[in-house]
Design a protein around this ligand. Sequence first.
Ligand code: PLP
Ligand code: SF4
Length: 333
Amino acid sequence: MLQEISLHQESSWQETLSDLVTDPAELLALLELSPGDMGLAKQGQLDFPLRVPRPFLARMEVGNPQDPLLLQVWPQGDEDLEVPGFVADPLEEMDSQPVAGILHKYAGRLLLMPTSSCAIHCRYCFRRHFPYQASIPDRQAWQNSFDYLRQRDSIQEVILSGGDPLAVSDRHLDWLLGQLEGIAHVGTLRLHTRLPIMIPARVSAALCRRLAASRLRCVLVLHSNHARELDDAVAAACARLRDSGVILLNQSVLLRDINDNAEALSELSERLFDMGVLPYYLHLLDRTGGTAHFEVDEQRGLDLIEALRQQLPGYLVPKLVRETPGAAAKQPV
Ligand SMILES: *Cc1c(COP(=O)(O)O)cnc(C)c1O
Ligand code: SF4
């Protein structure tokens, strides 16, 4: 019986994950917007097509072309602009991959990318130009990754990122966790994921049981940029994770016209706290080609953090950071 329920859950989130909105015309129709309300990128949309999960879309306000959730997914005409300084691989990650599917930039932590796919295509994402297909591990590459890890006992935390690591099946995750649990010096598993927000049903009973049963300490870093992303279903998914002993954090990106005001950021922190999630990082935008229209300048970022400090307890103020190629950690601003 239990098995049946979890199989049903697995099929239901996977169905939602395969039934994404990818047609700009459909998105506009669902939100009762007309093409005249929204310019559409040509090149940007070809390279990194529209992709929106329906549960996320359901939280957008109908008829509002400036909706902060919509602006995260809509390929605006501005994406086609070439802006000096905005390049394909701003973090120079192509150079940090000792083995396909691994990023090893920071001491003690290793980042693995179990899949190239995400439930959503966030238009500001620095991975939009990443040649994912070439970096996704097959069985042999996995063995190389585990060998790399086994040989370095300084690495005590493994971060699953991507793509979105929760886009893979529970079966594949179970196998991967088993491999990591077999490496004695790995003590912490971290998941960087947007899926509990995009498709809360992804936080299945089977997934929670597996994480609860692991000998690894589990940390899950959500990625939410706006309080309106966080409805009751997301809160329930977070509660299931917390009940499984998972520590929950959130990272956001500071995005022009989406969350670049103190009110939006403080509402986000408070809503996260309601759900048992602490804010971790607020990232300045990576200067990826096609994303210049999202940039908020550093001084404005600092002013916003100062405004949050005036209103919120310290533990609800995220750290403002930027990623710098070659640096040994994310750089505080
Ligand atoms: C962000 C990141 C990490 C994690 O950094 P923390 O500061 O520990 O959150 C690890 N590896 C890579 C490659 C990263 O980009
Ligand atoms: S979910 Fe994360 S990795 Fe995927 S497109 Fe969005 S920001 Fe990028």
